[in-house]
Design a protein around this ligand. Structure first.
Ligand code: NAG
Length: 540
């Protein structure tokens, strides 16, 4: 083995390649001290079972010809150490996460053929002798999927979680609510999914050409996750060391909820779940009526039961407040609470939600619009309209997750639009993603500590199928993974490109789609600082 044979993404913090290798055969055993680790051995065993035709036995003792998972309480939560020698493999970690990452590293060190779904004759399972000490740069390494604009079933979500674990991403942001579909069962409000989960099928038309109101036709396109589905997804993720953060949008991007329960809006008039884009979105929750808050607390109560994570995302983006300007309930609320404008009314709304979540030991996350009119006391900000919002929030001592459109919006084109599937009209090539750094130079050391990491967002207006979703995600998620995990001095575009090309071959064996055009263009583009959007200027 030479250094070139090691196709690891993300690059480990430190790695030494020694001569020789460890050979896995049908007699190799996993040794685990703690039975709870049995589940993580599946990362390799499930692959061996299909491609090699055998699984490794799991034992509590053993020395030669073993892969040993040893607890090391001195290591940080996400760290691991891997020592491969001719005799055995020692993987040390202090938590399930560390073991998952170590096993995923072993997986990437093994030949791509192990990913085959059928038996490979003459499969050679050699792991090069390496000594790795690894730990991530940032604790929050996220991937977001919008399942509202188009619905993706739970089996696809599980596949996505596998791929996240493969890339050592640890947080799944589940965008469950938007105008075009409410995707999570809420027992107290069954119409949210019965009505809000379905829309008139206009899948034959481009997103922006769909009519908004089509009462003539039946609402047949859609779907939702039952509470059982959600539990299954959350537990599947947890086995892979991935936390799941649900997003329950408010006060805007909620036409699906208003279609189910019109009394949630200021106008209390029936509307339909839109089949395509709506702009501006004037149907938003009424911030004056108490019933809105009772509803949201009920919904969040069920959501908190299902998602054990500390964070609950409550959206907050792009709220057009024209209804609030004229709604008597909202106006009365503003007088009573002494709020100067509707910006402050949104802030009041979010602060109430934050208070409720805090009482239940949850932390609110919101898009950076929640800064307007005053940030709730303990909120974490997801900065999407650039780095500015995040920067402001760190100054005020708040934690931040950076997801700026200019680097992290995977619904944008990654190549020349003439050759790409239709996407949002902006440009984000692979190389640009690789330039992503979650902190900005002008931040103080203290501010930088508040930047928990970054996240790529895949909005699904234009993404209608699973294979298209994969196309938008890969290989750009490779770049995200490495920029959030590997030490900055290890980030090298040329070396990374070589590894991406090789990992693409592995993806071929895994049967995962990706943008084969990823290297076809250079990021010769201009960023509009006002909107954060990139003007496409291509160079073939
Ligand atoms: C924004 C919207 C989102 C939309 C996306 C398309 C956020 C926080 N909000 O306009 O609903 O799908 O961009 O790129 O991104």
């Amino acid at each position: 083995f030479t250094q070139n044979d090691l196709v690891l993404i993300p690059q480990p913090k430190s790695l030494t390649l020694n001569s020789g290798s460890f050979k896995i055969d049908a007699h190799t055993q996993f040794v685990i001290a703690d039975d709870s680790l049995q589940v993580v051995t599946g990362i390799l065993n499930d692959l061996f079972e299909k491609s090699a035709g055998f699984k490794l036995d799991i034992s509590n003792t053993g020395d030669e010809n073993t892969i040993q998972l040893l607890q090391n309480t001195e290591l940080e939560e996400e760290a691991y150490k891997l020592d491969v020698t001719r005799e055995k493999v020692i993987l040390e970690a202090n938590s399930r996460l560390g073991f998952v990452y170590g096993l995923e590293t072993i997986r990437q060190l093994l030949p791509a053929a192990i990913e085959s779904s059928s038996k490979v004759s003459d499969l050679k399972l050699y792991i090069p002798n390496v000594s790795i000490a690894d730990t991530p740069l940032y604790p929050y390494r996220g991937s977001h999927l919008d399942v509202s604009r188009h619905f993706f079933g739970k089996e696809y979500i599980k596949k996505h979680l596998d791929r996240m674990a493969f890339l050592k991403l640890n947080t799944f942001h589940f965008h469950l609510v938007d105008d075009q579909g409410w995707r999570i069962e809420i027992k107290k409000y069954p119409k949210l999914t019965e009505v809000g989960g379905f829309r008139v099928d206009q899948e034959n038309k481009p997103w922006n050409a769909r009519t908004q109101n089509d009462p003539e036709n039946e609402a047949t396109y859609g779907g939702f996750y039952t509470q059982e589905d959600i539990k299954e997804i959350v537990s599947y993720a947890s086995d892979k060391g991935i936390r799941v953060i649900p997003e329950i949008e408010m006060p805007a991007h909620v036409m699906s909820a208003i279609a189910a329960y019109p009394w949630l809006s200021c106008k209390d008039e029936p509307i339909a779940v839109p089949s395509g884009g709506v702009w501006p979105i004037t149907d938003i929750y009424c911030a004056g009526k108490e019933s809105t808050f009772e509803f949201l607390e009920d919904v969040l109560t069920e959501v908190m039961e299902l998602f054990p994570d500390e964070y609950i995302h409550v959206g907050g983006d792009e709220a057009t407040k024209t209804n609030w300007e004229t709604c008597p309930h909202c106006q009365q609320r503003m007088r009573e609470e002494d709020l100067a404008d509707t910006g402050e009314l949104q802030s009041y709304f979010m602060k109430r939600m934050e208070g409720f979540l805090s009482e239940h030991n949850k932390t609110l996350i919101g898009w950076d619009e929640i800064l307007e009119g005053g940030l709730p006391e303990k909120a974490t900000v997801m900065s999407w309209r650039g780095f500015q919002g995040g920067w402001e929030a760190t100054k005020a001592g708040h934690d931040v997750i950076m997801t700026p459109v200019s680097y992290m919006y995977f619904d944008y084109y990654q190549g020349n639009p003439d050759n790409e599937p239709v996407a949002f009209n902006a440009f984000l090539p692979l190389e640009k993603v690789y330039e992503f750094r979650p902190t900005i130079d002008s931040m103080s050391v203290e501010q930088k500590k508040h930047v928990l990491g970054g996240q790529a967002n895949l909005w699904s207006e234009y993404v209608t199928t699973e294979s298209h979703s994969e196309y938008m995600l890969f290989p750009r998620l490779f770049a995200l993974s490495e920029t959030l995990w590997s030490p900055e001095e290890k980030l090298d575009w040329n070396a990374f490109s070589q590894r991406v090309r090789k990992l693409m071959q592995r993806f071929d064996v895994m049967g995962i789609n990706y943008a084969k055009s990823a290297f076809a263009v250079q990021p010769e583009s201009e960023i509009n600082l006002e909107t954060g959007k990139i003007t496409i200027a291509l160079q073939s």
